[in-house]
Design a protein around this ligand. Structure first.
Ligand SMILES: O=C(O)CCC(=O)C(=O)O
Ligand SMILES: [Mn+2]
Length: 206
């Protein structure tokens, strides 16, 4: 039997992020505070967190956060010399995945989990534009814990936009967003508590 974590059937309220060539919607109160608090604790336990090493300019370095990769067996994830085989999703991730599918109106079959332990943990600017994600991928990003600024930077122009991703929020990136923009989470000199982010994706089976 599938277990459901969510009992509220509210229609979440979307804010459109004003990117000239992107398609990004932000749902600040996607989860109730109670749901988000409970899931934060559950995910810290359920996820097999690891600190991976990547090759940067010829040197092996530890990435500045912990991560884990879950999904269907054919879903492989890799960059900069790192290759991750998918673990099967625990019930908590499956349940969040189904809720993302309802809001984003798109299917997902894998998720990258990131744990930013403090303000020194970060993710550098990148686009989720790997060929296995297909053209114009839909990516659903769910945040728990510390709010952190999430920055968009146009790949060719000087256009920039910042969104503060709060506890229990959902950000859906679709359309040409990955084609035209990079995104990232900067380090912060201020005190930052811990934050978990989940990015659900869909990898085609070929
Ligand atoms: O932590 C975040 O908000 C961003 C994560 C991200 O961009 C990714 O997993 O590709
Ligand atoms: Mn990303």
């Amino acid at each position: 039997m599938q277990y459901e974590l969510f009992h509220s059937h509210r229609t979440p309220i979307a804010q459109r992020i004003p990117l000239e060539q992107g398609d990004v919607s932000y749902y600040p109160d996607w989860l109730t505070t109670r749901e988000a608090d409970a899931l934060y604790d559950q995910l810290l336990q359920d996820i097999q967190w690891r600190q991976d090493t990547i090759k940067l300019f010829g040197r092996w370095v530890k990435i500045p956060r912990l991560q884990a990769w879950y999904g269907e067996q054919h879903c492989h994830y890799g960059y900069s010399g790192l290759s991750l085989a998918p673990l099967p999703m625990p019930a908590s991730l499956e349940s969040i995945k189904r809720k993302c599918e309802k809001t984003a109106k798109a299917p997902f079959n894998c998720v990258l989990a990131n744990w930013y332990r403090d303000g020194q943990d970060s993710m550098s600017f990148h686009a989720d534009d790997e060929p296995e994600l297909g053209e114009r991928p839909v990516i659903a990003s769910v945040t728990f814990g510390q709010s952190r600024p999430f920055d968009f930077k146009h790949k060719l122009s000087s256009e920039k936009h910042r969104v503060l991703l709060q506890h229990g929020s959902l950000l859906v990136m679709a359309g040409d967003t990955q084609t035209y923009y990079n995104h990232g989470v900067n380090k912060s000199a201020r005190h930052m508590a811990s934050r978990i982010n989940l990015t659900f994706r869909y990898i085609q089976k070929i």
